[in-house]
Design a protein. Structure first.
Length: 391
């Protein structure tokens, strides 16, 4: 990661938007914060464009990920999300900060084969080299940069004896990889069906990117968790108990995980990434053992509260809105990440911070106290206010 300066900005929330923008703009080399998305550029990005729908863009402060100070851009309409993440990051940095890792950027394409003949699996497994060469030929630029198909799996009797599914595992480098993987899956589907003695069905990536996991952890001393009227140890005990509740009950786990995505979605949206794909993969991952479970857990270890999160994180630094949207380009520049792996590490750290903020509030004054206080501070403007959508 490329440090952009300190992430502790005391009094930042008290400044005017113009003063905040001036501070942030000094840390980036891209002009996107002042440019935004024009209707003409929107028309090139989607079909039937009629305008630009703008969301508030804010900055979460105090983050430290793997020892690097980070400012985190977040695009979100809900009050308290940015303040909560900033507060949790402030607590975490008193301890270890966020320690994060990410797996190599392997995405999986699925090719469905219907009515395979006897011995199909063995024949397919003996054709890996041929299929890899065929798949790679469909993405020569990716291969020239060092990516491409790595391995292949064959799953038999998926839902019954008439369906076989081949998984192509592709190194997508710094791209999210959906278009790459889909192209490769389509390129090999007829040959796979021919080898299997069946016929091709669906061919598309899976968003359950379980070979592309990201994880983050933090250890926070009890003293950093103190809130007005609530000793730090009591807050830690409450957060741990709330984590246990989520592990025991899918109804609670769903809301527990929503708190994680308060941060992740807002961050990925600001950075022009497909937050819908990440959510789909994470929720499937949470249910992989047959029951829906929390993605993040919290436990007391000695005099520390220790949090951990792990989930699929298919994100990219090239292609799509991350390249086409001027503000997304500027946001990526502000964060200072230099590859998709680093972007994934920041994303899960933001998710863990957002989860901590929610659980700490639930375990002390209650979630509505701070949330509604900030909600009430919003200035309510009529939808047709002049200048509200001037870009």
């Amino acid at each position: 990661m490329n440090p952009k300066g300190k992430s502790r900005l005391p009094g930042f929330h008290k400044r005017s938007p113009a003063k905040r923008l001036e501070e942030i703009s000094q840390r980036v080399s891209k002009p996107g914060f002042g440019v935004g998305l024009t209707v003409e550029k929107a028309d090139a990005m989607i079909e039937n464009a009629v305008g630009v729908f703008r969301l508030p863009l804010g900055i979460a402060t105090n983050f430290m990920v793997n020892g690097v100070e980070l400012l985190v851009p977040m695009a979100v309409e809900e009050p308290s999300v940015i303040a909560a993440a900033s507060n949790a990051a402030r607590m975490a940095r008193v301890g270890t900060g966020f320690l994060a890792q990410a797996d190599p950027p392997i995405m999986t394409g699925q090719v469905e084969i219907l009515d395979p003949a006897a011995g199909a699996r063995e024949r397919l497994e003996n054709s890996v080299d041929e299929i890899a060469a065929l798949a790679d030929s469909a993405q020569p630029e990716l291969v020239s940069l060092g990516g491409g198909m790595r391995t292949m799996d064959v799953r038999c009797d998926v839902g019954g004896p008439g369906r076989l599914v081949v998984h192509l595992h592709v190194d997508c480098l710094d791209a999210m990889g959906a278009n790459m993987v889909n192209t490769m899956a389509e390129a090999v589907s007829h040959r796979l069906a021919e080898i299997a003695g069946g016929r091709p069905g669906l061919r598309i990536l899976t968003n359950l990117a379980d070979r592309r996991l990201a994880r983050a952890s933090c250890a926070i001393p009890f003293t950093a968790l103190e809130r007005e009227g609530f000793p730090g140890k009591d807050v830690a005990v409450g957060v741990s108990a709330a984590s246990d509740f989520a592990s025991s009950d899918p109804y609670r786990a769903a809301t527990h995980n929503k708190g994680i995505f308060n941060g992740i979605d807002a961050f990925l949206l600001a950075c022009g990434n497909d937050w819908r794909a990440v959510e789909a993969g994470a929720h499937a991952f949470a249910a992989r053992n047959g029951s829906y479970s929390p993605l993040a857990t919290w436990r007391i270890e000695g005099s520390d509260l220790v949090g951990k999160v792990e989930m699929p994180m298919a994100v990219g630094m090239v292609g799509g809105a991350s390249t086409a949207h001027p503000r997304a380009v500027a946001c990526l520049d502000l964060v200072g990440v230099e590859c998709a792996s680093e972007l994934a590490q920041v994303a899960v750290s933001v998710g863990l911070a957002s989860n901590l903020a929610a659980l700490a509030a639930l375990s002390s004054e209650g979630i509505q106290s701070g949330h509604m206080r900030l909600h009430g501070k919003k200035q309510r403007l009529p939808a047709d206010t002049e200048g509200i959508d001037s870009e």
